[in-house]
Design a protein around this ligand. Structure first.
Ligand code: ZN
Length: 506
């Protein structure tokens, strides 16, 4: 796998180099605003009318063909960052926008991304194989990618401070409670004291599917463990009985270069932009046609149809990379925006998973109480539209699981819609949306079968029309939409959000 990773790096760099243009912010003073009097001003229903399922499907087929480029290296279709399937996706997006001529300025933003693979893992506690043991995302392997043996040593408090970790952890396996600080901090603290592996056990019954986040030289091989499987171990500690364990993780963490693609209308007020994004990458396991091929395609199609109209405000489309590794592309983009540029983004709309086969029409429940002012107005725009169409909708938590997170954390109002991932459809939702209660919204979420057969075309068309509506509304006017204020999220947002992308980080 080492050799193939080198291939991946070369493929990405070569692919990125094919359209390497330095990323520049459009200089507002010198920007030539193109106004074309021969085309009408944008109108929501006219833009919505141009959205067709046939065109979306043609693009989905194209994307699946592109995902097959990943087969050579991964033995199955994938568009994971670093793969030929992702490089092909970037070229497809770039070329599609380029074909639209001077209507858009396109830029590529290259950034370093870490990508991790776990090939094999096993955790034995006493003489029991821990069923819930899940290697953390971006975990390093155990020493020499071999099993390591050691006593389990209970770390005090939450393992967030150096002083919580007893010296006896050296050569042992640290046993740490989940909570208060990120998993990465716990692993680092244990690694610094010489632990050979770490286990973060849940304070709840469930398993922990987490990520260590940004790699550190002090990270040690780290598992998440369910509260249920941790309970008997904790009992033994209480009785001062010794427990030993065997930990084994064969994994790698690579740094690669990947690319965000940004397209901005040359017309429209560049000081007041409506921004929207989808992620261009998939997970390693599959082609990601719903996640987030659907959002990627919706944005391409709306960007294409928008060229038939003039705009008052600038519209900025983004295709993020590295979402599946922990929102890397969108985080990088927002983190590197100077305040002057940050302020020009009036709001950010996230479109991730538009066509889940067992869909619900989900709206992120983004309120102004918890999020930058304007997030709630955007939420209400989605509500009003579904109601006008006579369609049902539900609210879902706005909890850091997609690319809006970096925007909210930097004071930019945001929100979005989705159709559901690994959650289970309720009986009530079955009545509201059809489909099947008791099953995942997307039974192929993050799997090989997220292919062409994994799109619900009704939901795909409905939601792409709603995306068109959101773009048309704000491209026309920000009347009544709150002005931008600060550059940070509320402390409540910080304390409530436990996800960063699809994985828990805390
Ligand atoms: Zn996604």
């Amino acid at each position: 796998m080492g050799a193939s990773s080198t291939l991946a790096l070369c493929a990405t760099v070569a692919g990125a180099a094919a359209f390497q243009i330095p990323f520049l912010f459009p200089p507002s003073q010198t920007l030539v605003q193109i106004t074309n009097d021969t085309i009408p001003l944008v109108n929501s229903s006219a833009l919505q009318d141009l959205i067709s399922g046939d065109r979306l499907l043609v693009r989905a087929k194209k994307l699946f063909e592109i995902a097959k480029l990943g087969e050579h290296e991964y033995n199955h279709p994938t568009r994971v960052i670093g793969s030929a399937g992702h490089v092909g996706t970037l070229s497809y997006i770039y070329e599609s926008i380029l074909e639209l001529g001077p209507y858009y300025d396109i830029s590529n933003q290259s950034f370093p991304a870490v990508s991790g693979n776990v090939f094999e893992s096993r955790l034995v506690l006493g003489d029991v194989v821990a069923k819930s043991a899940a290697p953390m995302g971006l975990t390093p392997p155990t020493k020499n990618k071999q099993p390591v043996f050691g006593q389990l040593v209970l770390v005090e408090n939450d393992g967030c401070e150096d002083s919580d970790v007893p010296d006896s952890v050296a050569g042992a396996i640290a046993f740490i409670k989940r909570g208060v600080c990120p998993f990465g901090t716990k692993s680092e603290n244990a690694g610094r004291k010489g632990a050979v592996a770490a286990i973060v056990y849940n304070y709840e019954k469930d398993a922990v599917q987490g990520t260590l986040g940004t790699p550190s030289p002090f990270h040690v091989a780290t598992f998440g463990l369910s509260g249920e499987e941790a309970a008997p171990i904790l009992k033994k500690f209480e009785k001062e009985e010794a427990v030993d364990g065997i930990a084994y993780i064969d994994s790698e963490v690579n740094q690669i270069l990947t690319v965000n693609i940004i397209a901005q209308t040359t017309a429209g007020d560049p000081e007041n932009c409506v921004m929207l994004g989808a992620h261009s990458d998939s997970v390693t396991e599959g082609p990601g046609i719903n996640d987030d091929g659907s959002g990627t395609i919706s944005l391409l199609e709306v960007a294409t149809q928008l060229t038939k109209f003039n705009v008052t405000n600038c519209v900025r489309f983004a295709w993020w990379a590295g979402e599946e590794e922990g929102l890397l592309g969108s985080d990088y983009y927002v983190a590197t925006l100077p305040e002057k540029e940050n302020k020009k983004i009036r709001l950010f709309m996230d479109y991730d998973m538009m066509a889940s086969p067992n869909f619900a029409y989900q709206i992120y429940n983004a309120t102004n109480a918890l999020n930058p002012e304007g997030s709630e107005e955007l939420r209400d725009l989605y509500i009003d539209w579904y109601e006008e169409q006579g369609l049902n909708y539900t609210f879902i938590p706005f909890d850091g699981r997609s690319d809006y997170d970096g925007f909210i954390r930097n004071g930019i109002p945001g929100g979005g819609i989705a159709t559901g991932a690994e959650g289970i459809k309720t009986k009530e939702e079955e009545k509201m949306f059809g489909g099947k209660a008791g099953e995942w919204y997307d039974s192929c979420y993050h799997q090989l079968c997220d292919n062409l057969g994994n799109l619900n075309m009704t939901a795909f068309v409905v939601n792409t029309k709603l995306i068109a509506h959101s773009v048309a509304t704000y491209a026309l006017s920000f009347k009544g939409f709150p002005e931008r204020t600060g550059f940070a999220a509320s402390s409540e947002y910080h304390s409530q959000v436990k996800y960063h992308g699809s994985k828990l980080f805390i």
